[in-house]
Write a protein that binds this ligand. Structure first.
Ligand code: K2U
Ligand code: ZN
Length: 159
């Protein structure tokens, strides 16, 4: 049963610290399943295209990436939400692209942020298996925005 969680707002300490890695023994645990289900419910409730655990007051390296077409990115791909544990961006294209971003933790603020156009990201899935994928465009932007959250960085610091 997943519930909608409160979302930490700009200025709250949890958004400014580095989140801790998920330990192997935590994978496939009940609380992690509940956390990710509740993160997803909260993200959808707030019309987000991504969310990071620190935003729901859990300082752990867990993110959800869920690109879908929206008013700012009408040609964004519709993708199944990807749950990533301990994500690491292993390659970044030299080319960056400016794009509009917002944040569930920074209400009523939008800004142009330069992000790498293409990235490779390695992570553990909920089954604890290592996965490596290449992303570009809006999904790549979302991953970079969410991994920033895990490192205590908000998009407003990149404007
Ligand atoms: O992490 C969050 O606060 C969720 C953001 C994710 C995001 C990442 C990159 C670019 C834009 C947003 C929310 O989805 S904010 C709502 C939103 C959705 C689409 C485009 C812009 C803002
Ligand atoms: Zn954000």
């Amino acid at each position: 049963m997943s519930q909608i969680m409160a979302v930490a707002q700009l200025g709250e300490a949890i958004l400014g610290i580095r989140a801790s890695e998920i330990q192997i023994h935590e994978l496939e645990s009940n609380w992690l399943q509940h956390l990710t289900a509740s993160m997803q419910a909260t993200m959808l409730e707030r019309n987000g295209v991504g969310i990071a655990a620190p935003q729901v007051y859990v300082s752990k390296r867990v993110i959800i990436v869920a690109s879908r077409p929206n008013v700012r990115y009408p040609d964004a791909p519709e993708m199944q939400p990807i749950i990533m544990m301990n994500p690491v961006i292993t390659t970044c294209s030299e080319q960056t692209i400016l794009g509009e971003e917002g944040c569930l933790s920074v209400p009523d603020t939008r800004g142009q942020v330069a992000r790498a156009e293409k990235i490779t990201v390695q992570y553990l899935n909920l089954q604890g298996q290592p996965v490596e994928i290449r992303l570009e465009g809006f999904p790549a932007r979302i991953v970079q925005h969410e991994v920033d959250h895990l490192d205590g960085i908000l998009f407003t610091e990149r404007l």
